[in-house]
Design a protein around this ligand. Sequence first.
Ligand code: KIV
Length: 269
Amino acid sequence: MSTQTPIRRTTVPQIAARKGGDPIVSLTSYHAHTAAIVDKYADFILVGDSLGMVMHGMDSTLGVSLDLMIMHGKAVMRGTQRALVVVDMPFGSYEESPAIAFRNAARIMKETGCGAVKLEGGARMADTIRFLTERGIPVMAHIGLTPQSSNVMGGFKTQGRDEDDWPLHEADAKAVTQAGAFAIVLEGMVEPLAALITKQVAIPTIGIGASAECDGQILVLEDMLGLNAWTPKFVKVYGDLGPAIDRAVSQYAQEVKDRSFPGEDEVYR
Ligand code: KIV
């Protein structure tokens, strides 16, 4: 009999219980190797539909398919042992009806083995969130700037600059909480509104461009690593992977061209 204690993944109730406690650390990840590094530090890892732009060069998240999310979800599950893995429901896979949302969310959970799904939308998605959670699918909500609705919103604009809009955002947060979401991503939201919502709801808020007033933070990994030529203003860039990859590739190319590429005896130590 094995004497090893299996590593247990962070659970949805453990994340929910962090409300008002130790800040929740999270990042996106789309592949097994980066996920394995992030897994050491993050409470949860989001396989975000931002992978459409970051990994696949799309203009927006709208073209991301369920199959693509499942493929990257599987890779992240393979690379990780500790963090809760949350997979985004892509545009068009959940808005039509709670039953369709359930069918697609169940596919994501079954095929990837992830612990929860995330979907965008506040009060308008409350019935769907309730339908999923009552049937065993934990849901992380996402309100404020919701990129899947960018065509309706007229772009990627920080939400809550006009105080008259605050009641709508507060109502969204309350509706998804009452519907059973275990946490809410607040994206692109002015600090006082994010602080107010964080005080008002009983579940953790996870900020992205929504200030340090939230219960936790999430960033797109490639943004904070300096891999993307452009990053949103609110992103602190912690790494310089873009320039580092450029230096490595250019050195390799130069060595090949000037025939200084290492010989077999140097490479196969
Ligand atoms: O898709 C994504 O990366 C996200 C984060 C921005 C929260 O939804």
